[in-house]
Design a protein around this ligand. Structure first.
Ligand code: AMP
Length: 228
């Protein structure tokens, strides 16, 4: 995105919703169904922390406290990732934007490549449920498949149903104290984006409580229309 890029009509989808709403799970399903690329700023930041980059060093403590990483760091990370070739297929933004400043930066980035936002989908959930959802979740370190102690356990204890790996990971920030702070950050800084995208005519909403397969089906119907 250096101003010389060729305009593209590759789709851009945004998944909005509090932590635990299922953005990551549903983004992975959409990625497979529609051949789009999931871009999770949380994953990109966790990779930066693990790699010990300057951005990762600055983000680590903020993430552990459940606060939002600075707009500057997150926008830079996303801008770099969007330049990679695979993004030409179209992207699903999972966890970005999270502030109005980020939403405006995204508008500017997309204007440079002639892209538009096909839909910003708000996953609607009850706050009370989120703590339970987040506290029980874990991910396969081998293939990234997501699980939950109560809602989606592995068939065989500690073994991934998809790839057979026994390397299960739980996030450092998925604990009761941090979850409260993350929900607060969502309501104060991210929820206003629902109005932002409604004003642009891009907002769609999905009932994201209940059965994961039903939510995926509703979302697929909506996305098929949005990217047609
Ligand atoms: P997530 O994996 O989306 O739940 O993000 C985990 C943590 O990474 C968040 O609690 C924030 O500290 C940070 N983070 C992820 N995406 C963003 C973003 N767009 N803006 C600011 N901080 C972010």
């Amino acid at each position: 995105m250096d101003g010389t890029s060729t305009p593209t009509t590759a789709p851009v989808l945004i998944l909005l919703g509090p932590p635990g709403a299922g953005k990551g799970t549903q983004a992975r399903v959409l990625e497979e169904q529609f051949g789009l690329v999931q871009l999770s700023t949380g994953d990109l930041l966790r990779a930066a922390v693990a790699a010990g980059t300057d951005a990762g060093k600055a983000a680590k403590a903020v993430m552990e406290a459940g606060d939002l990483v600075s707009d500057e760091i997150v926008i830079n990370i996303l801008r770099d990732r969007l330049k990679e070739d695979d993004c030409a297929k179209g992207v699903i933004l999972d966890g970005f934007p999270r502030t109005t400043v980020q939403a405006e930066a995204l508008d500017t980035l997309l204007a440079e490549t002639g892209q538009k936002i096909n839909a910003a989908v708000s996953l609607e959930v009850d706050d009370a449920e989120m703590v339970t959802r987040i506290s029980g979740r874990f991910t396969c370190g081998g293939c990234g498949e997501g699980y939950h102690d109560s809602f989606k356990p592995t068939a065989k204890t500690n073994t991934c149903d998809k790839c057979g790996s026994t390397d299960m990971k739980r996030r450092a920030d998925d604990n009761a104290e941090t979850v409260g702070q993350r929900l607060e950050a969502y309501h104060a800084q991210t929820a206003p984006l629902i109005t932002y995208y409604d004003g642009k005519g891009a907002l769609k909403t999905i009932d994201a409580m209940g059965d994961i397969a039903r939510i995926s089906k509703d979302l697929a119907t909506l996305v098929a229309k949005a990217i047609a």
